[in-house]
Design a protein around this ligand. Structure first.
Ligand code: NAD
Ligand code: GLY
Length: 418
């Protein structure tokens, strides 16, 4: 009932039934909205302010549909400045921000100011910067901090950083008191288009990368594209490998757009928001259909079979993940040509685009083919000794091939070394 007036449609005996009926009728239209504001816990003034800002900020929204675990990905400029209101809508009892020593100093003032506006004073947990700290000891550290500060089951964590921070924070959230909520605020291109979306959380084990983890969806992903301005260029290019991946696996028009708009994208121009949005849409669609990777989700691993092998053999120190994936995508495309699945021209276009985005397309010559095969055999994607590949049939369409001939893989690896 609104203040100062009746709702004629609800002037019936069972208004709740009527509300549900109306909601069902209107839901298809609501789902088409470009943006939606949860008004449950904010005032009408705050709602109006939020709508105005979203329009002014050109905020884009993608939804990951997973029933009661559904959530929104918000993408735009100056998103960090409005984080406070979004966190408030979850009504957490306590909030902790998890970040690292590189990212937090860059965005501390913006985030703290925004949270303070909504009377949220977060407990800050800082980790050292690096993949080597994505392990159970630092998970334990985060959880210890939460216990010491008496965080309860209604608390919420904010992960501010790249994929390392997002993965470990999600993992800590999924296991703290059997699961508390967390919000992803990804600050690298790779984490914005890939790791923050889809709920894969986890840490490394001395015997294998990302071997310990959970599927645990965030409550929100808030992407502020402005954070990419402080990101080292090499990290940005590495994120572009995952973006190109989406074009190859699902959308040839998007692939063309990455080719045509390279100058704008590399200069972090206006088109970048659309590029991130389209990437998130592809990932959200796949995850919505296959959350726990029982089938379709494996297509997101295009380029990763060889990419992971290259990372394992080089000890995760020389190459960024996206760089290894770039090499893996080129080699997988060549494999598809050799198997008669893909036309040679298409494979050439993939390699060309990867190189245009300053990514390596060839595997370092010093890597031994047999070492890479060994690494593929112990990868968690390999089942019963069968090395699985995601292979393009054309740009925009891939197929999963369960058991690729080892001799052929060896030949393609040898040809792909520079
Ligand atoms: P990262 O988190 O290590 O970040 C890269 C570097 O950039 C770090 O030094 C970081 O401190 C710095 N940084 C982050 N944001 C910055 C900013 N805005 N300005 C300046 N510096 C900034 O690396 P990443 O590439 O974001 O993520 C890699 C991790 O993601 C790996 O651990 C990988 O396993 C994981 N991953 C997870 C998934 C998933 O689905 N969960 C998918 C892909 C990758
Ligand atoms: N990065 C692959 C996945 O999320 O499934």
């Amino acid at each position: 009932m609104t203040e100062g007036g009746k709702r004629p449609l609800l002037d019936v005996e069972e208004p709740v039934n009527e509300i549900n009926k109306l909601l069902n009728e209107r839901l298809p239209l609501y789902k088409r909205a470009d943006t939606s504001v949860d008004t449950n816990y904010i005032t009408p003034e705050e709602t109006a302010q939020e709508i105005i800002e979203r329009l002014a900020l050109d905020l884009r929204r993608v939804r990951v549909e997973l029933g009661e675990r559904s959530y929104c990905i918000l993408i735009g400029s100056k998103v960090l400045r409005r984080l406070g209101l979004r966190i408030k809508t979850f009504r957490p009892s306590r909030v902790a921000g998890v970040s690292n020593n590189t990212v937090f100093p860059l965005y501390r003032d913006t985030i703290l100011r925004s949270l303070r506006e909504y009377n949220i004073v977060p407990h800050i947990i800082l980790l050292p910067d690096g993949e080597e700290y994505k392990d159970h000891l630092w998970t334990y550290y985060i959880q210890g901090e939460l216990l010491k500060a008496r965080f309860d089951r209604s608390s919420l964590l904010i992960a501010l950083g790249g994929g390392v921070i997002g993965d470990i924070t999600g993992f800590a959230a999924s296991t703290y008191m059997r699961g508390i909520r967390y919000v992803q605020v990804p600050t690298t291109l790779l984490s914005q288009v890939d790791s923050s979306v889809g709920g894969k959380t986890g840490v490394n084990h001395p015997l294998g990368k990302n071997m310990i983890g959970t599927f645990y969806q965030p409550s929100l992903v808030a992407i502020d594209v402005d954070t990419l301005r402080s990101l080292p260029k090499r990290e940005f290019y590495a994120g572009m490998a995952e973006v190109i991946k989406y074009g190859v696996i699902a959308d040839s028009g998007f692939f063309d757009c990455l080719q045509k708009n390279i100058k704008d994208i590399l200069s972090l121009g206006d088109g970048l928001i659309r590029v991130i949005k389209r990437s998130c849409e592809v990932k959200a669609e796949v995850v919505s259909k296959d959350e726990k990777e029982s089938g379709l989700r494996a297509i997101l691993n295009f380029g990763h079979t060889i990419g992971h092998a290259v990372e394992t053999v080089t000890g995760y120190t020389e190459l960024l993940h996206g760089e290894a994936v770039a090499m893996g995508m080129c080699a997988a495309a060549d494999l598809a040509v050799r198997m008669g699945i893909l036309h040679r021209d298409e494979s050439g276009r993939i390699r060309e685009l990867i190189e245009m985005y300053h990514l390596p397309s060839r595997i370092p010559a010093e890597l031994q083919v047999q070492d890479m095969i060994n690494a593929m055999e112990i990868d968690k994607k390999t089942e019963a000794g069968k090395i699985k590949f995601i292979l393009p049939e054309a740009i925009g369409k891939v197929r999963i091939v369960e058991d690729v001939d080892r001799e052929l893989i060896k030949e393609v690896l040898a040809e792909n070394r520079k």
